[in-house]
Design a binder for this molecule. Structure first.
Ligand code: PMP
Length: 355
């Protein structure tokens, strides 16, 4: 039989995104790690002004000039070390297209963001997941030993929320060189440390960031990659010319002009995260210390799929992954305090009911 598409694509499972409610559907949404607070008011103001002077008929700047210039100021790196993407998901796709093909390997510690596996499989590359220890300590040495063409570390990791010290990542970069080490820092603004400095010290490190989480702009699709100019120049060869819409760029540039707004929201989320972790532990969940805007709540050995479905029935969305390592856990995004109180009340019911 003639195969219509490449075998790797026909055989693979699709990536499953978290549920997005329909317009008008009122749910407490704690399943895709969005920010419960709105973006800086500078964003709406800049977008309104841009719409009054509409640029719909023109292509956007291919190198996202103003956005990248603003990022250069915020992150203290030259523009040649920065690339903008349509969400960090697009930057991951660009990186994987540039680095992976059949015969080349991706290494990562599992469980982690499952899109890595999806994107590598699309490339026909070999995938080497190395299991995290029970306490989610990064198996740094085992990851490095494989000498994969591309190694990716999600830091803080999803779904565990746990972090790895930048010094460990620096050691990994040194021993992997010239092979690439990507560090996905989607959630790093909610942590106490980050690895951005490594892109100045190591020519094989790529750090990925997003404006979807801490900057409250998931709907705009804005990501940033930081790396040595040679890496950035290579990745730009792979990207679409006009990968970001002009309106998203306006929003992103405005958001980066108000880092203080982002920081204040991060502090609120961190406070709620501490209260939520405590409340979940009181209910009998194990909750690893989170450095992200979500927590992993686990009840060892119990399939929490039914609990996630019951929460959904009662209007609360959380994330459950039906895999061997994660079926006894729920990944819960940090929402507003009132939303977390409601979650706690419903979970209290469900936990009692199950005993
Ligand atoms: N990396 C990780 C670890 C994520 O959880 C996400 C969000 N699903 C992304 C990257 C992608 O974020 P975005 O495309 O919205 O920038």
């Amino acid at each position: 039989m003639t195969r219509v598409f490449r075998a790797a694509v026909e055989k693979m499972d699709p990536y499953t995104p978290g549920e997005q409610p329909r317009t008008g559907e009122r749910l407490i949404k704690l399943n895709t790690n969005e920010n419960p607070y709105p973006p800086s008011p500078l964003v709406a103001r800049a977008v309104r002004r841009a719409l009054a002077d509409s640029a719909w008929n023109r292509y956007p700047p291919p190198r996202a000039d103003e956005f990248v210039t603003e990022a250069s100021k915020v992150y203290g790196l030259q523009r040649e070390m920065i690339m903008a993407g349509n969400g960090s998901d697009e930057l991951l796709a660009i990186l994987f297209r540039a680095a992976l093909e059949p015969g080349r390997t991706l290494a990562y510690a599992a469980p982690t963001y499952s899109l890595y596996d999806t994107l590598a499989t699309i490339q026909g590359a070999e995938v080497k997941p190395v299991p995290y220890g029970g306490d989610f300590v990064l198996p740094a040495e085992a990851l490095t030993r494989g000498r994969a063409a591309l190694t990716i570390v999600c830091n803080p990791n999803s779904p565990s929320g746990t972090g790895t010290p930048p010094a460990v990542l620096g050691q990994m970069a040194a021993s992997l060189r010239p092979r690439l080490l990507a560090i996905d820092e989607a959630y790093v603004d909610f942590a106490d440390s980050n690895a951005l400095e490594l892109v100045k010290q190591h020519t094989n490190v790529i750090v990925l960031r997003t404006l979807s989480k801490s900057f409250s702009l998931a709907g705009a699709r804005l990501g940033l990659a930081f790396a040595h100019p040679k890496i950035v120049a290579t990745l730009i060869k792979v990207k679409d010319s006009y990968n970001l819409s002009w309106l998203a760029l306006v929003a992103g540039t405005a958001a980066l002009k108000d880092v203080g707004w982002m920081r204040r929201n991060v502090l609120r989320v961190q406070r709620t995260r501490a209260q939520t972790s405590l409340a979940l532990r009181e209910l009998g969940f194990e909750v690893p210390e989170s450095s992200a805007n979500f927590v992993l709540a686990r009840m060892a050995g119990r399939d929490l799929g039914p609990m996630a479905r019951e929460l959904r029935r009662r209007g609360i969305l959380v994330r459950h992954f039906a895999t061997r390592r994660l079926r006894d856990a729920l990944r819960i995004s940090i929402g507003r305090p009132s939303e977390m109180r409601e979650l706690r009340a419903v979970l209290g019911d469900l936990v009692r009911y199950r005993e």
